[in-house]
Design a protein around this ligand. Structure first.
Ligand SMILES: Cc1ncc(COP(=O)(O)OP(=O)(O)O)c(N)n1
Ligand SMILES: Cc1ncsc1CCOP(=O)(O)O
Length: 459
């Protein structure tokens, strides 16, 4: 088994959002072992850079040699290279080992503070960019490298070609993050073939973009280390950075950090949600006769949302496609738990989570007075709302009824209850919704109530 290995040759951001910490998170999120050759220590936070201590160039070079000689480097990236001597040292080591290099031509921090000495700009162009397989300037960096202002997509296309032809990297990506428009469009130019390609993603409206360039270039290096073609590595990096920006972290008072670990966490949480749903479905199947009696005309569903930070909309809630039906008197899930297949139950969950982020699961069942009575006896918190009181403007808004009703029920008991019910309206069947922290907890609550009804009916 080959363990892909990538090296970041970059600076430390004490705030943890950019530089080597962003790079290592990105490498690991993509399943690549990460190594570091530190070039500078910056005293930095989300607001700016307070101080910079450069690392001695010979130490930078020795770090690269040390890891390449022993552990091996499948691909590397550079970030903050602030001085000509550091650049010369890096170039010597890169040429010695011959690994593919991604260059993020870091010039300024998001805060606007400079991260390169003015006199080193020429060395960046003459010594570092020519040894790059891929170079990833944003629009201001592309302006410096190409020698004209990059403000439009056409400018970006022209700049990519000029940088490739004059400075000789194999591939130039002029990133669209600093340009305007609903989409963030990166221009990719291949020097050998003269071919242009584009990478598009919806522009995400956030100020928390600290570390974007670092993570993007690290993701390309990780893809190369994994043996992907440059184009596949670039596409993967665009997907990762879009996710990292979508789930960026509102930390600090300036530009908060992007979140490359979201790539990994989302996958882990999704798998966890499906596992927990399957456990609860087994409980339903083991008690199919009992639960079967309480499946309503519209049928039931059981939902479970991702943890609150990741639960943004209905697609972030897993439920049963085709719902839980009554078949031969028994409760029967129609299919495997799947994200984005519920609107009704998912809407209860997402609304409840606004009041208590721990309550991530719910199941709807048929209304029955005995359930309310038994739940009261068991000490559950019960609340209700009256669908007939729904304001016309709420009724008129698609998808607004359940959030409205859920909020009414929560506000009337001052917390997210265990059970919410309503007695219906014209054309709306009365229903009971059981809520809980997990689907196992929801089904356990439901079974406790149904068993109590059963016991009572026997005496
Ligand atoms: C140590 C260090 N390296 C690089 C940067 C640049 O990061 P950022 O300011 O977020 O800009 P992009 O990553 O988007 O290019 C830094 N601030 N510190
Ligand atoms: C009670 C109820 N009312 C309309 S659909 C439905 C059942 C569950 O729907 P979903 O599968 O959207 O959660």
């Amino acid at each position: 088994m080959r363990i892909p290995r990538a090296l970041t040759i970059a600076g430390l951001d004490s705030g943890g959002g950019a530089g080597i910490t962003a790079d290592l998170k990105t490498f690991h999120a993509l399943g690549v072992y990460g190594m570091v050759a530190l070039t500078a220590v910056t005293a930095q936070n989300t607001l700016g850079v307070r101080a910079v201590q450069e690392i001695d160039p010979s130490i930078v070079e020795t770090q690269i040699n040390a890891v390449a000689e022993d552990i091996g480097v499948d691909a590397a990236k550079t970030g903050m290279l602030s001085s000509s001597p550091i650049m010369e040292a890096v170039a010597r080591a890169v040429k010695r080992w011959g690994f593919p290099l991604v260059v993020d031509p870091v010039m300024y921090a998001k805060s606007g503070d400079p991260l390169i000495r003015p006199e080193a700009m020429e060395t960046l162009k003459r010594v570092i960019i020519p040894i790059a397989k891929v170079v990833t300037p944003n629009a201001p960096e592309a302006s410096h490298l190409a020698g004209f202002r990059v403000e439009t997509l056409d400018d970006a296309r022209r700049a990519a070609k000029v940088i490739a032809e004059e400075l000789h990297p194999e591939i130039v990506i002029v990133k669209g993050g600093h340009l305007t428009g609903n989409e963030s469009i990166d221009i990719v130019y291949f020097r050998d073939t003269g071919e242009y390609r584009e990478l598009r993603a919806p522009r995400i409206d956030t100020k928390n973009t600290h570390g974007t360039g670092c993570s993007f270039s690290a993701a390309i290096a990780a893809g190369l280390a994994r043996g992907l073609s440059p184009w596949d590595a670039i596409k993967l990096a665009k997907e990762l950075i879009t996710t990292a920006i979508k789930y960026s972290l509102p930390l600090g008072h300036g530009h908060g950090p992007v979140n490359p670990m979201a790539w990994l966490e989302l996958r882990a949480y999704r798998a966890d949600v499906i596992d927990e749903m399957n456990k609860a479905l087994s409980m339903i199947e083991e008690n199919a006769d009992l639960i079967g009696k309480y499946i309503p005309e519209v049928q039931s569903n059981l939902g479970y949302a991702l943890p609150a930070f990741y639960a943004r909309d209905l697609n972030d809630v897993a439920a049963i496609p085709g719902r839980i039906v009554r078949y031969m008197g028994k409760a029967k899930p129609s299919g495997p738990p799947t994200f984005g297949v519920s609107s009704h139950v998912a809407s209860y969950i997402l609304t409840a989570m606004k009041y208590d982020s721990e309550v991530r699961s719910a199941m709807n069942i048929k209304y029955d007075d005995r359930i309310i009575e038994a739940a009261k006896e068991l000490g559950y918190v019960i609340s209700s709302y009256d669908r007939r009181q729904e304001p016309p403007e709420v009724k008129a808004r698609e998808g607004a009824s359940i959030p409205w009703g859920t909020e009414q029920a929560i506000k009337s008991v001052g917390r997210v209850p265990d059970i919410i019910y309503h007695l219906g309206d014209w054309g709306k069947e009365p229903e009971i919704v059981v809520l809980g922290k997990s689907p196992v907890e929801v089904v356990s609550k439901l079974l406790a109530v149904l068993r109590r009804i059963d016991e009572k009916s026997r005496f």
